[in-house]
Design a protein around this ligand. Structure first.
Ligand code: FES
Ligand code: FE2
Length: 478
């Protein structure tokens, strides 16, 4: 059953339930085997609002179509001009409604035999049947509740009553002081939804993006030709909420490190890293102070490398990474964004700097089991002057968009985890880089509304009831 209560960060509960942050941390150091679909449905959690389509794509005279959560949906305008969402399959003999036309305002007429449906899915006319056809009142196409926000149609595909949209929206998008959907990019990625969401809260940058982060040696707070990060200490759950959690790294080691297993240093060549690690004094990157480890009750891990700027005491901040940058509290109302955060059902946040501290946010909408539509928002405080607005747009279009969503995410991230390049079916061993992944798969997923309202989630129930997974893992650990 669902965990419906969680511990406040740092709070040792009365001994009945273990502290989830601690538990996750310990699980990471024991090489966890929690699987991608143990508690996460392959086609996503359903008892949530998801962004469906941009309003401008739905015209008055023609329907349009999309696939979400494995289902085909036909969008058209109802009598009030609101975007209606019906299943694309005509209840008569199963033709695609989206291939039909809007013969009458506010309706869609099926291309096959001409049955006509209104925005609620009710059949209202059988054009070649007869004006008083007896099947018309009996025929109904499945409809999905919709609501609109800033030109985006949100669709509810759950079985239960929809919640108010605000409950599922990232708070930063709702705050009128922020840019909302102004910097939005929507792309279909060839990957199961879980991977791009979980890679948003794992820690892979120092390897996968080791070339892309070259710019950091020119970071204003680090001066020129500073060493690049090599590895980090441990990843912790920094904050946990009912429907969200945030994560931060521990210690960052810069320059080079020695790896006894290969009897060599890495990175192999480091000609530009001559100046030593930036001192705390010179680095002002740390503008947020993460909570202390003591507060979380987790044992501190100390780096043995002399070059390490150890943050295990909770004052870490010398990291030239995105991971310990300031919490933009307004963007995550209540949730403190220490570097990276995730919100159910499939929203991730990470801080990306830029004018006004921009937070990049991705909302993954499962399409099929192997594709996901990625709605990437960049959310910044609204500029106060026309020049500020121009500067922000220039920054986004000339720098953030090409270097972030395009190069980093679509060219580098997707290149390693797109379908056929990532095996989600075999067993996985998760460790300290994957604390966020473990937390999401093991704990946050079980707090999803599907579990809370239905007691199960579609596609995982039979294979992975709570007790069975635990038993199976014990066996397969060897
Ligand atoms: S299949 Fe749609 S009207 Fe016959
Ligand atoms: Fe990445």
């Amino acid at each position: 059953m669902a965990d419906t209560t969680i511990d406040k960060p740092g709070q040792k509960n009365g001994g009945n339930r273990p502290n989830l942050a601690d538990e996750t941390w310990k699980e990471a150091y024991g090489a966890s085997q929690i699987g991608p679909f143990d508690y996460c449905p392959r086609l996503g959690f359903r008892e949530y609002w998801y962004p469906g389509i941009e309003v401008k794509r739905v015209r008055k005279t023609k329907p349009t179509r999309t696939t979400m959560l494995g289902e085909e949906i036909c969008f058209f305008r109802d009598k009030e001009g609101k975007v209606a969402a019906l299943t694309d399959w005509c209840p008569h003999r199963g033709a695609r409604l989206s291939l039909g036309v809007c013969e009458f305002p506010g309706t869609i007429t099926c291309p096959y035999h001409g049955y006509t449906f209104d925005g609620t899915g009710q059949c209202v006319a059988g054009l070649i049947d007869s004006p008083d056809s007896p099947v018309v009142p009996k025929m109904r196409a499945k409809s999905y509740p919709t609501t609109e926000w800033q030109g985006i149609v949100f669709v509810w595909m759950g079985e239960t009553e929809p919640v108010p949209l605000e409950e599922d929206m990232p708070p930063g998008l709702l705050d009128p002081n922020f840019t909302g959907r102004r910097y939005l990019r929507v792309r279909d990625w060839e990957a199961n939804w879980t991977e791009p969401v979980l890679q948003g809260i794992d820690f892979h940058e120092f390897y996968l993006h080791r070339w892309a982060i070259f710019w950091r040696i020119f970071h204003k707070n680090l001066g020129f030709f500073r060493p690049k990060p090599v590895y980090q200490g441990n990843v912790r759950v920094a904050d946990e909420r009912e429907n969200a959690a945030s994560f931060r790294i521990g210690a960052v080691t810069y320059g080079q490190a020695y790896y006894p297993g290969v009897d060599a240093k890495w990175p192999v060549k480091a000609w530009w890293r001559k100046l030593g690690a930036p001192s705390r004094k010179t680095s002002s990157i740390n503008r947020a102070t993460p909570p202390t480890d003591q507060a979380y009750g987790a044992p501190a891990v100390t780096s043995t490398n002399g070059n390490s700027t150890n943050g295990a005491n909770g004052t870490n901040g010398n990291g030239a990474s995105t991971d310990v940058l300031p919490a933009n509290k307004k963007l995550a109302a209540g949730l403190v964004l220490f570097g990276k955060a995730v919100q159910l059902p499939s929203i991730i946040y990470f801080h990306r700097g830029g004018p006004g501290d921009v937070v990049q946010m991705r909302w993954g909408v499962p399409i099929t089991e192997e594709t996901v539509r990625m709605w990437t928002f960049n959310v910044a405080p609204k500029p106060k002057t026309p020049f500020g607005s121009f500067w922000q747009a220039l920054w986004y279009y000339a720098w953030r968009l090409p270097s972030g969503p395009v190069m980093t995410n679509e060219k580098e991230d997707l290149a390693v985890f797109k379908k056929t390049r990532l095996n989600l079916e075999g067993p996985q061993k998760l460790g300290p880089l994957d604390t966020g992944v473990i937390y999401f798969r093991r704990h946050l997923a079980k707090r999803a509304r599907d579990y809370q309202r239905l007691g199960w989630a579609r596609g995982v129930r039979r294979e992975a009831p709570v007790e069975k997974v635990t038993a199976k893992e014990t066996v397969s650990n060897s």
